[in-house]
Design a protein around this ligand. Structure first.
Ligand SMILES: [Mg+2]
Length: 415
């Protein structure tokens, strides 16, 4: 064979499908993978856009389909392109061979993926679980260990500028949804431009106001949002808010330097939480081995998917750490997280946005709703949800960026 025709043949050869038949059950083959970008920033094209939800739909030849959600990293059309790229490897495969298909996507990408590749992989993986559950006639959590709790504890973040405003907002959320925990930022607006003494002082006043409004027993998470890279800044802020007994101090410093987080942990008396910017078991291995975090916060839409998050959680369990998943995305992400939480012993609490407003209430025919601070575990096959494709077309995607922040001297800050 001539070299040129050999190479052409290699390029055209389809990936061999893993064995498809399962016992007496018929084979299932993936026939198509679709994506939808759903805009959440309103319909006025002259206004800045909110982030987009990246929804994945995997179709099969047996009339079963699955849905999932990829993380919105910013350049969301790039994530959609990666989903299309992975589709060419997955069509013809049995969607239930999830470890095999994960390895196809992860190993054949060759370079460890960043946020865009891991988001695409994660969204597809959710849909594979949805199909597997529907094919088996079981909720997804029954395929990954079964149910070990009846309801999932959730929290919501409270915003506001003045301390009294944050306190009022937090109290209103607790009264409306029955939360047993809320989260807040210690920062005022433009904190990157303010003197650090003022930032620290106001952080204390903000957390104090929320603690006094909620009483001694509602948990309060405090999220620095990785705005610092100096350990001493985080230590000073921790000392300021420690008297108000926070549930955790989240992303107290940037996520790149585990040694710095270990140093911080030696000086702080608040449980430390982080992990939304980390991907896969490989990155969490280093974090957990350092024993610098009490709570890890992987995001199921970007860490590698549901099974990858189960593996990360198992590693955390062996290190006596708990998991509080990062979950700022759409209603599908919440549902996948609920299946994770239902089946994971060291789950702590889930970040949540109520699905009672547009477009959150429109994407799924029956979104999961919080009741007295908890989401009841669903019992339908698969993920147990149905996408409303007609509704999501009403929310076209828009370009989105998180924002831009500068320090007083004009240098670029972290956001
Ligand atoms: Mg966070």
């Amino acid at each position: 064979m001539e070299r040129r025709s050999f190479l052409r043949g290699a390029a055209a050869a389809p990936l061999m499908p893993m064995g498809a038949q399962v016992g007496e059950r018929p084979a299932i083959k993936i026939t198509d993978i679709k994506w939808f970008l759903v805009g959440t920033g309103g319909r006025n094209p002259n206004q800045p856009g909110g982030r987009n939800w990246v929804i994945v739909k995997v179709e099969t030849d047996q009339g079963i389909h699955g849905i999932g959600e990829a993380y919105s990293c910013g350049p969301d059309e790039a994530t959609a392109k990666v989903i299309e790229d992975f589709k060419s490897w997955l069509v013809g495969q049995d969607p239930r061979n999830i470890e095999y298909l994960w390895a196809l996507m992860y190993n054949f990408t060759r370079f460890p993926g960043g946020s865009v590749v891991n988001a695409a992989l994660s969204g597809i993986e959710h849909a594979l679980w949805d199909i597997s559950g529907k094919a088996a006639g079981l909720p997804v959590y029954m395929l990954i260990g079964g149910k070990l709790r009846e309801k999932i504890r959730v929290y919501q973040s409270a915003g506001g500028e003045a301390p009294a405003q944050v306190a009022d907002n937090a109290k209103a959320l607790v009264e409306k949804y029955g939360y047993t925990a809320v989260k807040m930022s210690p920062h005022m607006r433009d904190s990157n431009r303010l003197p650090y003494n003022q930032v620290t002082r106001m952080a204390g006043k903000r957390v104090q106001a929320v603690r006094e409004a909620l009483g001694p027993d509602v948990d309060i998470g405090v999220d620095i949002h990785a705005k610092f890279f100096e350990v001493n800044r985080a230590i000073r802020m921790a000392k300021e808010i420690e008297p108000f007994n926070p549930m955790w101090l989240e992303e107290p410093i940037r996520p790149e330097n585990t040694d710095a987080m270990t140093k911080l942990a030696e000086h702080v008396n608040i449980p430390l939480a982080s992990g939304e910017c980390n991907y896969t078991k490989y990155e969490f291995r280093e974090i957990l081995a350092a024993q610098c975090l009490d709570i890890i916060q992987p995001d199921i839409c970007v860490c590698g998917g549901l099974l990858e998050m189960k593996k990360i959680a198992a590693m955390a369990e062996a290190h006596y750490a708990v998991v509080a998943p990062h979950n700022p995305m759409g209603p599908i992400a919440t549902v996948v997280n609920v299946h994770f939480a239902a089946s994971t012993p060291n789950f702590k609490i889930l970040e949540y946005h109520p699905d009672d407003r547009s477009p959150r209430k429109d994407v799924l025919k029956e979104p999961l709703m919080v009741k007295d601070g908890y989401i009841p575990v669903p019992n339908k096959p698969g993920l147990g949800i149905e996408l409303d494709e007609a509704a999501i077309r009403k929310f076209p995607p828009r370009p989105w960026r998180r924002g831009f922040e500068f320090r007083e001297d004009g240098s670029v800050a972290f956001i």
